[in-house]
Design a protein around this ligand. Structure first.
Ligand code: FAD
Length: 318
């Protein structure tokens, strides 16, 4: 089923999750156990992230520079297929521009189509210094909008090479939105116009970056609606679980932490910070659900038990 059909057909708010594939050399068992834990809440779908290779540079004592490369984390498609087959729910693989050629993307989409996976999130990814050597006979998507266009071309039967009798695919595509604006965008209006381009290219729903202050989300939705973006905008929620996240979340995701939440997290023992995060997330979700959001999307980051505690509380409040 298309993700958008879940939003249309659901009689109550939906709760979905986003998980990360195992580390290279890990096992799929740990992921399946995590999904098993989440199944009690009957998620309509589960997203599986994608991770391109990364490079970083080290300056040695003699002044020379050493380049290190961390290979990509594989498994997104395999984990999606395992979830779909074992639990019978939709899985949504994330596809990236960076680190993948358009030819590799087309191959991935063909694999997904054969596996019966027809929902994807189209993302640019972050350039962490790693650039795959570009072959002259290969091409790249620069922005997420280019990836969205490639997918909807395939939905129209247009593959990279002109193929006779090419079967159109039927992917439903979600894209990312940023209530606090994307860190590279000069301002929020500029960023929202680029978001609108992704919708005009065919994307059917938006999942937001995490935010801890609901007013950011409500303002963002109002701005999107005012420029004619009319697709569902799903709030992305992360539960604060450790004091170090007061700095790592803003540093890595360019989001702000409200003073009240930061002060509460600093006032308790380290092992109680997750309790503060859970209370905050429950209040945030309760307000969002009361405002009629179609769904809530939890960034799990493999902390299944923490999310369970929030969802259990929300169920009791419903
Ligand atoms: P884009 O939509 O391409 O936007 C990137 C920037 O370019 C923005 O500032 C935008 O305003 C600007 N821009 C867009 N189009 C144009 C244009 N035509 N000309 C000039 N500027 C333009 N990262 C991962 O690596 N793996 C994941 O699995 C993953 N999942 C995510 C899930 C969600 C819900 C979210 C919110 C983010 C996720 N990310 C993931 C992070 C994401 O890859 C980064 O935030 C990335 O920097 C931007 O991705 P995007 O798809 O929003 O890019």
């Amino acid at each position: 089923m298309r993700i958008t059909e879940y939003f249309e057909r659901s009689e109550g708010p939906l709760i979905s999750y986003e998980i990360i594939p195992p580390k290279r050399g890990g096992t799929v068992r740990e992921i399946l156990d995590l999904v098993e834990e989440l199944m009690v809440f009957e998620p309509p779908f589960i997203d599986v992230t994608s991770h391109a290779a990364q490079a970083w540079y080290e300056e040695l004592e003699d002044g020379t520079i050493r380049r290190h490369v961390k290979r990509k984390r594989p498994g997104t498609i395999g984990v999606c297929a395992a979830i779909k087959n074992r639990f019978g729910i939709e899985s949504v693989p994330h596809l990236l521009c960076l680190g993948f050629t358009r030819e590799e993307t087309e191959d991935a989409l063909i694999e997904l189509n054969y596996l019966g996976i027809h929902n994807v999130m189209a993302l640019r990814g972050d350039d962490q210094g790693y650039r795959k050597p570009v072959r002259k006979d290969r091409s790249n998507n620069a922005f997420a909008v280019d990836l969205v266009r490639q997918i909807y071309d395939m939905n129209a039967g247009k593959y990279l090479e002109q193929l006779t009798d090419a079967t159109p695919t039927d992917f439903c595509v979600g894209v990312a939105g940023y209530p606090e604006k994307h860190f590279e965008a000069p301002n929020i209006s500029w960023d929202i116009l680029n978001l609108k381009r992704k919708i005009e290219a065919g994307a059917e729903y938006i999942v937001t970056q995490m935010f801890f202050d609901n007013s950011r989300y409500f303002d963002f939705v109002a701005r999107c609606r005012s420029v004619g973006i009319d697709v569902p905008i799903i709030p992305g929620i992360k539960i604060l679980t450790g004091r170090n996240q007061l700095q790592t979340l803003p540093g890595n995701f360019y989001v702000s932490i409200p003073e009240e939440l930061a002060a509460e997290a600093e006032s308790v023992e380290a092992d109680r910070v997750a309790d503060v995060g859970i209370e905050w997330a429950v209040r945030q979700c309760d307000e969002l659900l009361s405002a009629g959001v179609p769904s809530i999307h939890f960034y799990i980051m493999q902390r299944g038990m923490i999310v369970r505690r929030v969802v259990e509380r929300l169920r009791k409040m419903a």
